[in-house]
Design a protein around this ligand. Sequence first.
Ligand SMILES: Cc1ncc(COP(=O)(O)O)c(C=O)c1O
Length: 393
Amino acid sequence: MNQYNDQIETKLIHRQISDGELKTGAVNVPIYLSSTFHQSSFDEFGPFDYSRSGNPTRQVLEQKIAELERGTKGFAFSSGMAAISSAFMLLSTGDHVLITEDVYGGTYRFITNILTKFGIEHTFVDMTDLNAIEQAIRPNTKVIYMETPSNPCLRITDIEAVVKLSKANNCLTFLDNTFMTPFFQNPLELGVDVVLHSATKFLSGHSDILAGLAVTKDEELGERLGYIQNSFGAILGVQDSYQLIQGIKTLGIRLKQSSDSAQLIANYLNNHPFVEEVFYPGLPFHPGRDIHQKQARGFGAVLSFRLPNREAAKAFVEHVRIPVFAVSLGAVESILSYPTTMSHAAMPKEERERRGITDGLLRLSVGLEHVDDLIRDLDQALQKARRIHTPAF
Ligand SMILES: Cc1ncc(COP(=O)(O)O)c(C=O)c1O
């Protein structure tokens, strides 16, 4: 693109047009449904040979996410977990990973049940506590893994401070940027080595595809991750790559609108007497809010709130009408989920509760419905749940 393409809203939509598309004038990326590519020379192969190694449609997506995250190399995978697991393949037997305590449940499952089989050790640590991180670093620690804001309690990690610690100890940093997306946060600019995404969420935005992305800035690290992507083979299919490119075009406007609504909903819930606690970085008392504001450009569209117990959460879910009650987040429709049996089902009860994921906790990913309708809906469901929970009320 030319020099006018320097704001992210523009970058989300436009890209370099290939010679082939210049000929047809196609506005959208062609879907190259081809597993293999004819080589016109016996001795010299063209830019593509086999679609696991590279495909022109997927390449547009990979270049797009690299540009948005301000990295050099992007990689598209068949799911967020495929991206995360592939990144962990950069490690070897005997290595150690330091990982944030309130990590996404699927990542928890991979670290605790799969990586251990390959002799890769791990320690969970409170990533908001720099002393605890320093204490937990071992001579064989090779990766520090962050999520900020974290899932589901929106805890904030000081990215630059963790990067500083990791560089001083010769380890890499990985960061799951699913909640913020490159629209709000660019961890590579803060020194993070590998940025990971469940692109199933805000980046695609329509609850239609599963996808994962990884981005690196360091060329050599990018080469290594590219080698793993091709060897392990958990690549994103061509049609899903096209769909994700289309989703990314509207990311900015969707995330802005949903985050504005999330702020109003968080304010509303915070003033509701039946709600015990609200977790949202846009609330003035949210721990680490100043750090978040230093490293991100928005508060995001996900919030969590605590009701007294499981029965109250159940009654609320049974009476709410607009949000879908489902696993996942980051879509045009609001999605209400119950971390205990959904995103964090893989975590043992004691571990979950120690992380604040109690039986009364609900997570709301705010969509694009009118915020007045959403608040009215939450209000009537809270009233009913309160009446069931406290019959005298
Ligand atoms: C923060 C976060 N990271 C990673 C994942 C895994 O992504 P996927 O479901 O696309 O494999 C999820 C899924 O919910 C998530 O919320």
